[in-house]
Design a protein around this ligand. Structure first.
Ligand code: FCB
Length: 462
């Protein structure tokens, strides 16, 4: 079987996107609570104050997860529910919420997969310089230790950071996500190092404090370089794609947005060529020694994969070339977000990553937004999501059958939710949320996913 018998079929969410209860029971603001009050930053000026009200509807949501038959549920902890000042005193009410969540999952036979940081950074620490502060990695270590100590008797699967590419690139370079900064490359390089070191210290803290033997990974954002199907067996084109996937240009724009800038230090204990040469003055004197900590061994690489943003191919003259998806023209299949439907991303991505980094893979996010609504019959019919997911899973299955060690797949998302700068415009859920009434409706895709899970992926061939 390409999917092992303990394959983790799951769905994913993040605290700020679903919980609501933004100031309940001692929680303090994160940079996202601030960002949503910045006029013009969020579509229609929406915010996550209530979101899916998951904080108050936990039991109902747990029952729906069980109804879908999930084996795993990936969620994130809101740092400021647990440590309102970011470090220091612990808020018992915050801990109690995730106790209820984790215990409720385990009672239903669903494995909790906990992410420590999915973007809701404490304002109290942001005010001290956030990721620019050399102490930021110690703050994250402290928080990780508190969480691992408290829940490490029940959680086995951990992820340190969600998508460092996005919270640094979109949040600190382009400024469209919290905290909304536009920093120069020199400062971004400092952030990159501090974030990586925070990951390494977090891994160490989890291993030290969790009483169940942990399996630790992280969930970077991985835009995949794919191969034009016509040239799938042309080794030069495949090699070109692989080099494109891991290319790093220290003088280019968006230095924090690639694959190798984040994954080479973690898995290969080195920065990609050119990074240190260009940014050494910004790095702490200890940068080389820090790499030991950054590369602390982990058990899997999570991959958040939505699309291949281009294809490696040959041009009319037979030369190796790259075609960006924005040249595919009208009529190319796209999600409501406009992202290209490119299932081969779940073949080439896991393949390239497992070859370069020699690590088991877990697909920690994959899914699509669509213009879903409740039909006259009271159901939510979302055939595109079913087709999308079937195509992507079929490609993942192909990778697995060729020997790529894939351990799990988490659909983004369990439920429609607050999609950051897009507000509530993009519906990614297996469960439809009526935001006015908070009524939940399982979409057709959720019922279809249940059959995929029950058959361990065999129904994909039917
Ligand atoms: C990823 C994020 C996740 C969600 C999806 C659509 O970049 O990790 O929170 O917004 O995209």
């Amino acid at each position: 079987m390409p999917f092992s018998k303990d394959f983790s079929w799951g769905a994913a969410t993040a605290a700020y996107q679903i919980e609501g209860a933004h100031d309940a029971d001692g929680k303090t603001p994160s940079v996202w609570d601030r960002m949503v009050r910045w006029p013009g930053k969020i579509h229609l000026g929406e915010n996550g104050d209530v979101a899916c009200d998951h904080y108050n509807r936990l039991e109902e949501d747990l029952d729906l997860m069980a109804e879908i038959g999930l084996k795993g549920y990936r969620f994130s902890f809101a740092w400021t529910r647990i440590l309102p000042e970011g470090t220091g005193s612990i808020n018992e009410a915050g801990l109690a919420f995730y106790d209820r969540l984790i215990d409720g999952l385990l009672e239903r036979g669903i494995q909790p997969w906990g992410t420590l940081f999915h973007w809701c950074y404490p304002v109290a620490l942001y005010a001290k310089g956030g990721w620019l502060n050399p102490e930021s990695s110690d703050w994250f270590r402290e928080y990780s230790a508190v969480v691992a100590k408290h829940y490490g008797d029940r959680i086995q699967n951990w992820m340190t950071l969600n998508e460092p590419q996005m919270f640094i690139n979109l949040g600190h370079d382009i400024g469209v996500h919290a905290p909304g900064l536009k920093l120069p490359p020199s400062d971004l390089a400092r952030c990159v190092h501090n974030v990586l070191l925070a990951h390494g210290k977090s891994v160490q803290a989890i291993r030290e404090h969790a009483s169940l033997k942990p399996r630790i990974g992280w969930a970077p954002a991985l835009g995949v370089s794919a191969v034009d199907p016509e040239y799938a067996s042309d080794p030069e084109v495949v090699q070109h794609a692989k080099e494109g996937q891991f290319h790093f240009n220290p003088d280019g724009n968006f230095i924090a947005n690639g694959s190798s800038i984040w994954c080479d230090p973690v898995f290969l204990k080195k920065y990609p060529d050119g990074f240190v040469e260009r940014f050494e003055a910004q790095l702490p004197k200890s940068w080389e020694a820090d790499l030991e900590m950054i590369a602390a061994p982990i058990d899997f690489c999570g991959m958040n994969v939505y699309a291949a943003w281009g294809q490696h191919t040959r041009d009319a003259d037979g030369n190796l070339s790259y075609r960006h998806e924005n040249t595919y023209g009208e009529g190319f299949p796209r999600t409501f977000f406009g992202w290209p439907v490119t299932p081969e991303a779940l073949y080439w991505g896991p393949k390239f990553f497992s070859e370069r980094y020699n690590t088991p893979i877990v697909i920690t996010e994959n899914g699509m937004s669509a213009h879903d609504w409740v039909s006259l019959d009271g159901q939510v019919h979302d055939p595109q999501r079913i087709d999308f997911t079937a195509r992507y899973l079929t490609e993942l299955k192909r990778a697995a059958s060729e020997g790529v060690d894939v351990r799990g797949y988490f659909h983004w998302s369990l439920m429609d939710n607050f999609e950051w700068a897009e507000g509530y415009k993009q519906r990614f859920g297996l469960i439809h949320i009526d935001y006015a009434t908070q009524k939940r409706t399982l979409k057709d895709s959720a019922k279809w996913y249940r059959t995929v899970i029950e058959s361990n992926g065999a129904s994909l061939d039917a």
